[in-house]
Design a protein around this ligand. Structure first.
Ligand SMILES: Cc1cc2nc3c(=O)[nH]c(=O)nc-3n(C[C@H](O)[C@H](O)[C@H](O)COP(=O)(O)OP(=O)(O)OC[C@H]3O[C@@H](n4cnc5c(N)ncnc54)[C@H](O)[C@@H]3O)c2cc1C
Length: 444
């Protein structure tokens, strides 16, 4: 067990002591907010670093995000946190350019502009017809006239799209987006996870196309995601620094084996006492749905990519010949801060895979050429990462606090808002004890 900071010197009452299991972004938020509120916080992190799925890697001399690389701006929670952490000047917007769809037979088209999850607001729009063809577009028009009787009966994205707009829209537009973003099929993707607001929008709008129109109108104009100059992993580093500055203790290389409401036992057998906040999946409740993602981050010499032939990235249709990746991001086209760090003709890209390719370097090279249509002279650097994400876990027992993916919350926007709310609730529940701890502590 390796302490990253000295224990705080304040003496505390039992309930003002908090143990956070897991030092990913969710755990760090709780630790930082509660440390600032006067709690004696210990973060117990199994690995040798904090941040979890917020991580960086150095490829060909540049530091880039190896995990999450953007956050949704909806709700404003991540931006507000970044501002509090002194990162306001480093909040950046990506290039505003549509993603592309790379289909079978080498077809590549921009994803229709007015869509959510690939579901078009208007199936008659020319950019939709170009992708799905006239017969499928004609079938999709039934959505506007079919009565919408039971919005609750649509369980999955696939079920909803096929029943309202037909198989063509589901297969050609929605499946590549769902595969690229969620690494699954529309039929395996619960509607609530993919689009929490969709059911209400359906009820209000009366058709799927109109519901998509509503959802788009409700989201702010302009880019719906943002990032940080230098990478979003900086958020985790700043949270850890601020938590430490406010007396939190972060213990690295310490895996929690089990926990109860009053503390945790480490693999080493050691006990750490305190009110427990679960910020690591699978400890509080078994994960019921996980997914493994392989991310390839490459730096390439390819002047033909200067014109960003696939905008900020592309989603690959299953079965597209000669391509193993399911999604491509042209990172240095998406983020200008990254382009600024590279010499002319050099680019940073990212590819996602469902499994580790046998020959990563060759596969990445082949995929990049096939997806972008550009000649890629050489891979200057390559980093392959395997990530396991929890999409769903059993509910945590009553009375126990869980945040982030441990609470089946995914994506930074929801995780930040949820973790801060949990920290507020814990602070309110224990406010008397903290006051007592403060007045009895070394600072008092
Ligand atoms: C490749 C990739 C791309 C992504 N892209 C985006 C994106 O662009 N936008 C977005 O919003 N989200 C994205 N995400 C998702 C986002 O990063 C995660 O939802 C979020 O970071 C999860 O944070 P968390 O703190 O809940 O969990 P984690 O980051 O998983 O942290 C959990 C921590 O708990 C530790 N731990 C586990 N078990 C134990 C134990 N027994 N004892 C002690 N510690 C333990 C782990 O080591 C880890 O540090 C992406 C994720 C990946 C992998």
């Amino acid at each position: 067990m390796q302490p990253a900071s000295e224990p705080p010197t304040t003496s505390t009452t039992e309930s003002a002591r908090i143990v956070v299991v897991g030092g990913g972004v969710a755990g760090l938020i709780v630790a930082r907010d509660l440390a600032r509120a006067g709690f004696a916080v210990t973060v117990v992190e199994a690995s040798q670093r904090t941040g979890g799925q917020l991580a960086s890697t150095r490829v060909a001399g540049i530091e880039v995000d190896a995990g999450a690389e953007a956050f949704a701006t909806r709700g404003g929670a991540v931006e507000a946190l970044a501002v509090e952490l002194g990162l306001a000047a480093d909040i950046v917007r990506p290039l505003d350019s549509p993603a592309w769809l790379v289909g079978r037979g080498g077809r590549s088209r921009p994803l229709p502009a007015a869509s959510v999850l690939g579901i078009p607001a208007d199936p008659r729009a020319p950019d939709v017809v170009r992708v799905i063809g006239r017969p499928a577009a004609w079938r999709a028009r039934f959505d506007a006239v079919l009565p919408l009787r039971h919005p609750d009966s649509y369980r999955t994205v696939g079920d909803l799209v096929r029943r309202r707009m037909g198989a063509g829209v589901a297969r050609r537009l929605v499946a590549p987006v769902v595969r690229g973003v969620y690494s699954t099929t529309p039929d395996a993707l619960p509607l609530e996870i993919a689009s929490p607001g969709m059911r209400d929008a359906l009820r209000a709008a009366g058709s799927l196309g109109a519901a998509v129109g509503r959802l788009r109108a409700a989201s702010a104009a302009g880019s719906q995601v943002a990032g940080l100059r230098g990478g979003v992993h900086r958020l985790a580093a700043s949270l850890a620094d601020d938590a430490l500055a406010h007396g939190a203790r972060i213990v690295l290389g310490a895996r929690v084996a089990r926990a109860d409401a009053t503390g945790v036992w480490l693999d080493s057998g050691e006990r750490v006492e305190g009110g427990v906040v679960f910020a690591a999946a699978d400890i509080a409740a078994p994960a019921t749905r996980t997914r493994t993602i392989i991310v390839a981050i490459a730096v390439v010499d390819a002047p033909e990519l200067d014109g960003a032939p696939r905008g900020t990235g592309a989603l690959v249709e299953a079965g597209a010949e000669g391509i193993t990746a399911r999604a491509f991001t042209h990172s240095s086209a998406k983020w200008t801060w990254l382009a600024d760090e590279l010499p002319p003709g050099r680019h940073a890209v990212r590819l996602s895979y469902d499994g580790m390719p046998d020959d990563p370097e060759n596969t990445v090279h082949t995929d990049l050429r096939a997806i972008t249509g550009a000649r890629i002279d050489r891979l200057v650097g390559l980093d392959m990462r395997t990530w396991t994400r929890t999409l769903e876990s059993l509910p945590v027992s009553n009375g126990l606090d869980a945040v982030g993916e441990a609470a089946s919350v995914t994506g930074l926007a929801s995780i930040v808002a949820g973790a801060r709310e949990t920290a507020r609730e814990i602070a309110e529940r224990n406010s008397t004890d903290v006051t007592a701890a403060r007045s009895g502590g070394a600072e008092g």
